[in-house]
Design a protein around this ligand. Structure first.
Ligand SMILES: [Zn+2]
Length: 300
């Protein structure tokens, strides 16, 4: 079930909408609220799981520091556990998706931005301050394109869906020949990552160059991360992952260039299995783990 986020109306409104969505989902499933053991909630930004709040949310003003978990607990009458949304997607894929059966999983989502979540020994690793897994802000190109975080050259600024579309849009504006020109928005001249992927599949040289470069950046970053984390599996998700093999092939090849000989041949990179449901399913798994009701979860 999905609903809009009334971000401008403040955190209380956003949380009340979540309560409404929960009640409608329960009604649709024919489940009474008292039958529910716990609820899991994904929040953007670094999350303080003990205080049940998020610490930084540029897209939902006022949510920072708002006691989401206790507010929802009061409204729903069940224990509520919060966690970062990318971490929950990682947990979802680990428990029920492409990470099943693995102990250590790195999940990387490539869509509007690039995010990540780390599951170690079947538990989310969120770091000392709740901000681990910020894969998008690894340095990809020294002095490169400006990033939303205020720095330059981040992976996200060179390889996110937004970046792929933007780089192609700029190349078209600079007059480079490409069939992307016919696909571009007639008013703004903008193209999307999906259009770049489509043109690359048709052999367009500009689209191929931009797509391949972005996939190389992602693969190199994953290779470096594999050297640090030695994950059993890496799962790729997000809108850009809808390109399937067109993403997986070049990312695997670039990652293989970066891993140390000790890791060579062990790298296991796969596409997500849960799609856009990974976060919501991960939230349920998180709540089940937090209340000790997760027997058998994770395929082990
Ligand atoms: Zn950045």
């Amino acid at each position: 079930m999905e609903g809009p986020t009334a971000a401008r109306e403040g955190p209380e409104r956003v949380c009340l909408d979540m309560v409404d969505l929960c009640r409608r989902a329960l009604a649709a499933a024919g489940v009474e609220a008292r039958e529910v053991a716990a609820a899991g909630v994904g929040l953007p930004g670094p999350v303080d799981t003990r205080r049940g709040t998020t610490l930084q949310t540029p897209n939902i003003p006022g949510l920072e520091g708002f006691p989401v978990a206790s507010f929802l607990r009061e409204q729903l009458g069940v224990p509520v556990f919060v966690e970062n949304d990318a971490n929950l997607a990682a947990l979802g894929e680990w428990a029920l998706g492409a990470g099943r059966g693995a102990r250590h999983v790195l999940y990387v989502t490539v869509s509007t931005g690039i995010g990540g979540g780390i599951v170690l020994d079947g538990r989310v690793y969120s770091g000392a301050h709740g901000s681990a897994g910020e894969v998008g802000h690894i340095l990809a190109v020294p002095g490169g394109r400006p990033c939303g975080c205020g720095r330059r050259g981040c992976l996200e600024a060179h390889a996110s869906g937004t970046a792929i579309g933007q780089i192609a849009t700029e190349a078209l504006a600079a007059g480079e020949p490409s069939r992307l020109r016919e696909m571009a928005d007639p008013v703004t001249g903008r193209v999307t990552a999906a259009q770049v992927a489509a043109a690359a599949r048709e052999g367009d040289p500009l689209a191929t160059r931009i797509w391949d470069q972005a996939m190389r950046h992602i693969g190199w970053a994953l290779g470096d991360l594999a050297n640090i984390l030695d994950p059993e599996r890496i799962v790729l998700g997000g809108g850009v992952a809808r390109a399937g093999e067109q993403m997986l092939g070049p990312v695997r090849a670039a990652a293989a260039e970066r891993v140390l000989p000790s890791q060579a041949g062990r790298l296991d990179i796969r596409l997500w299995a849960l799609g856009g449901d990974a976060g919501a399913l991960g939230a349920a798994v998180h709540a089940a783990l937090a209340t000790g009701q997760a027997e058998g979860i994770g395929g082990r």
